[in-house]
Ligand binder design. Structure first.
Ligand SMILES: [Zn+2]
Length: 131
C-alpha cells in the first residue's frame, strides 16, 4: 500500500505536466498558424537576413525561435524574444529548454500576451489585435 501511494504521488505531477504540454501544444499550433505570427516572423527573417544567429549557417531552412520559450513565460510577439536558428541549432536549443524545464531550472507558465491571444482565438473578433 505504501508503494502504491508513493507511485501515485509521482504520477500526479507527470499527469499534470502532460495536460500542460497538451494545452501548450494546442495553443502554439494556433499561434504559429496565425496571420499575425506569419507576418511577424517573415518580417524578422527579412530584416535580419538568412543567417543562423547561433552558428552563422546560411544554408537550409531557418526557424524563428522564441529565445525565452513560450512555455516559460516567453513573450510571443516581441521581436527581442526572437532569433533565427538553423534546424540543428533549433533542435539543440529546444531539447535544452525541455531538459531545463524538466529539471525545474525553467518555470512553467504562459506570458499574459499569449493568454490574451488564446482568448482572441477562442472568441474571434473579440480578442486583442497584435501588430
Ligand atoms: Zn545554427
Amino acid at each position: 500500500m505504501v508503494r502504491i501511494k508513493t507511485l501515485q504521488s509521482r504520477i500526479r505531477p507527470i499527469e499534470s505536466r502532460i495536460r500542460s504540454v497538451r494545452r501548450e501544444g494546442g495553443a502554439n499550433v494556433q499561434l504559429y498558424q496565425s496571420a499575425t505570427w506569419r507576418r511577424l516572423s517573415a518580417a524578422v527573417s527579412r530584416e535580419r537576413g538568412r543567417r543562423c544567429e547561433a552558428c552563422g549557417a546560411t544554408q537550409g531552412r531557418l526557424a524563428v525561435d522564441h529565445v525565452i520559450p513560450l512555455n516559460n513565460f516567453g513573450a510571443p510577439f516581441d521581436r527581442s524574444n526572437m532569433q533565427l536558428l538553423c534546424g540543428a541549432c533549433h533542435a539543440t536549443k529546444t531539447a535544452g529548454d525541455a531538459e531545463k524545464l524538466r529539471r525545474g531550472e525553467l518555470r512553467d507558465g504562459i506570458h499574459p500576451e499569449l493568454l490574451a491571444f488564446q482568448r482572441g482565438v477562442a472568441n474571434p473578433g473579440r480578442g486583442p489585435t497584435f501588430v
